[in-house]
Write a protein that binds this ligand. Structure first.
Ligand SMILES: [Zn+2]
Length: 284
C-alpha cells in the first residue's frame, strides 16, 4: 500500500486540454499517474444519478479513489431550524451521491459557532450530528465515512484539531480530514517542521487508533493568511507555506498510506504530481 495523490476538483490544465466533463477526469488523472479525486459538491450535492454513476465507473476503470467534498451550507451548530433541517439534507444527499459514485468518504466543514461560545457550539453540533448519523444508518448509508475537516479561519468550528476529533469519537463512520494548509493558516505560519506534522498524526493515533492516523485524509495547498487565518489558496510556484517536504518525509518514514488531495488554485494536478514524485523518490 502506498500514499494516494490527487486533486480537489478539476485543474485548469484539464479544461485547457479541451475537456469539459468531470466524467473525463479519471482517465486524465490516470494518464498523469495520479490516483485520487475529490469531487466537489460545495454548492450542493445536485449531480444527477447517471452522471454520478458514469464518473464512478470511469474512476473504477482507471483505479482512481473517490471522495466527495460536501456542501459549504452544512452548519451543524446552527440555531435556525430550517438551516438544521437543510444540513441533514445536505449530508444525506452527499452520502447518496457518494453511493452512486462509489466514493468511500464525504468531507465536510462543521460550520460556524454563531453567537455561542465554542464549547456550547460544539455541543449543539454534536447533537445535530447524532441525528445525521442516525438518519444515515436508517438509509443504509453508514458504510461511507464522514470526515470533518480542520478549518483555516479562527472563527470556524474545526479550526482546532480537537474539535474535529470530538466528532470522530462519536462513531466509527467518522474520520478526520486534516487540511495542513488550513492548519498553517490558523497557526499563523506553523507546520514547517516534521515534528509539527508528527504531533498531528500522533494525536489522531492516540484518540482514534493507528489505522485512522495511517490512512488519514489530507488536504494540502499553499495558503496565504492573516491574523484571522486563511486568506486564499495559491500554487506551489507561489511564495507561501506550508512546505510539503517534511510531511511527505514523515509519511514515507512511518510507512503511512494517506490519501492526499491537492487544493492548489488551478494547478492541483501539477502540484499533486510534485508531491507524488517527491514521495516516490523518498521510497527508493
Ligand atoms: Zn474543505
Amino acid at each position: 500500500m502506498f500514499a494516494e495523490f490527487g486533486t480537489a476538483g478539476n485543474s485548469d490544465a484539464f479544461y485547457a486540454a479541451g475537456y469539459k466533463a468531470s466524467a473525463q477526469l479519471p482517465a486524465w488523472l490516470s494518464d498523469l499517474g495520479l490516483n485520487a479525486y475529490e469531487y466537489q459538491c460545495s454548492r450542493g450535492a445536485r449531480v444527477r444519478e447517471d452522471t454520478a454513476r458514469l464518473i464512478g465507473q470511469n474512476a473504477a476503470d482507471n483505479k482512481i479513489s473517490l471522495s466527495i467534498h460536501g456542501p459549504y451550507y452544512i452548519s451543524l451548530a446552527t440555531e435556525d431550524e430550517t438551516t438544521a433541517a437543510n444540513t441533514i439534507k445536505h449530508f444525506l444527499q452527499s452520502l447518496e451521491v457518494a453511493r452512486w459514485m462509489g466514493a468511500d468518504r464525504v468531507i465536510f466543514h462543521i460550520g460556524g459557532p454563531g453567537k455561542m461560545n465554542r464549547e456550547k457550539a460544539m455541543e449543539r453540533a454534536k447533537t445535530l450530528f447524532a441525528v445525521v448519523l442516525e438518519e444515515a444508518e436508517k438509509r443504509g448509508l453508514n458504510d461511507i465515512d464522514l470526515a470533518p475537516e480542520t478549518m483555516g479561519k479562527q472563527n470556524q468550528l474545526g479550526s482546532k484539531l480537537e474539535e474535529v476529533l470530538e466528532l470522530c469519537k462519536m462513531s466509527r463512520q467518522v474520520r478526520p480530514a486534516v487540511d495542513f494548509g488550513h492548519m498553517h493558516a490558523v497557526t499563523c505560519g506553523g507546520y514547517t517542521a516534521k515534528s509539527e506534522y508528527a504531533a498531528v498524526f500522533d494525536r489522531i493515533g492516540e484518540v482514534l487508533g493507528l489505522e485512522s492516523a495511517s490512512k488519514l485524509h489530507i488536504h494540502f495547498s499553499r495558503i496565504e493568511y492573516t491574523k484571522a487565518g486563511e486568506k486564499r489558496h495559491w500554487t506551489f510556484q507561489d511564495p507561501y507555506g506550508p512546505p510539503h517536504e517534511p510531511l511527505l518525509e514523515l509519511i514515507a518514514e512511518r510507512g503511512y498510506t494517506p490519501r492526499i488531495i491537492c487544493e492548489s488554485a488551478g494547478t492541483q494536478a501539477a502540484d499533486a504530481k510534485i508531491m507524488q514524485e517527491f514521495y516516490q523518490r523518498l521510497l527508493k
